[in-house]
Design a protein around this ligand. Structure first.
Ligand code: DBV
Length: 247
């Protein structure tokens, strides 16, 4: 059992409890990919597995799970709502590298500076954020250009102990996902054309940023080559533009 497997299992169980989950198609050849890295006795298999679901309000619920031994574990888990809801994105980036753990957990807002939006989708999360903050202190530097995509309840931390990941981070992950599912349950479709246009713009802004700046691009390219990596990023991980183009 690797570090982030319980996160993935608990997330899928929680989603199944609350939503009418349907599969989301994963492009052929991208469900599972493996490569051997390192030399001699340092050889290690790096296995990347993908998971995709959808529901009536959620366009794509997807996870990428990278398992490459004790010093390489990643779970990147993102929920993209349908474009006729003003729901935030659920974003979790759980990363273990030789340098340590890096945890990013947030409900990423469509409209960061809109006070009514904050009241609706950030205020209710702040008590959860504040409960975990003492155990999961601010992780320091992160790209300034990423700032507009995070809420004031952004949990960003670099725990030095794996046990902290297994306890506090695990609980925080479940609490954020549960709170997200409460938002989903309450969400009503948007019909106002101006609001719909704003949502689409905000979704595209987020998506383009994530596809362009994907911090895993270098890692995936080293393991699996650039052709596989670009197709994985644009055809599965961040696929909204492709889906709009063929709609
Ligand atoms: N990040 C992804 C996907 C990954 C992934 C799809 C499947 O978006 C992994 C894999 N994230 C991943 C890896 C690293 C990070 C780092 C492997 C380490 C990269 C390295 O050090 O080589 C949040 N993730 C990060 C960082 C941040 C995030 C801020 C540090 C990057 C840096 O310092 O440059 N989540 C990430 C992010 C957004 C988000 C940038 C932007 C909106 O939601």
């Amino acid at each position: 059992m690797t570090l982030y497997q319980p996160f993935l299992d608990s997330a899928i169980a929680l989603l199944q409890q609350h939503l009418d989950l349907q599969p989301y198609p994963i492009p052929a050849g991208y469900e599972s990919k493996s490569a051997i890295t390192g030399k001699g006795k340092h050889q290690e298999e790096v296995l990347t597995t993908s998971y995709g679901y959808q529901s009536d309000k959620l366009r794509q619920i997807r996870a990428a799970h990278v398992q490459g031994g004790g010093s390489l574990q990643v779970l990147n888990f993102v929920i993209f709502p349908h474009l006729n809801y003003d729901l935030p994105f659920f974003g979790a980036d759980l990363v273990t590298l030789p340098g340590g753990h890096l945890i990013a957990l947030d409900m990423q807002p469509l409209f960061r500076d809109d006070l009514a939006y904050q009241a609706k989708y950030t205020q209710p999360i702040l008590p959860i954020f504040e409960a975990f903050q003492p155990h999961l202190p601010w992780g320091g530097d992160f790209p300034a250009e990423a700032q507009p995509f995070f809420s004031p309840a952004f949990l960003w931390t670099r725990p030095s102990q794996t046990e902290v990941v297994q306890t506090h981070v695990f609980e925080a992950f479940q609490a954020y996902l549960q709170a997200y599912l409460n938002f989903v349950e309450q969400a009503e479709p948007i019909t106002d054309p101006q609001k719909l246009a704003n949502i689409e713009q905000a979704q595209l802004r987020y998506l383009r940023y994530r596809a362009e700046k994907d911090p895993a691009r270098g890692m995936f390219t080293r393991f699996y080559g650039s052709e596989w990596t670009e197709e994985y990023i644009h055809g599965f991980l961040f696929d909204l533009e492709r889906k709009l183009a063929i709609a």
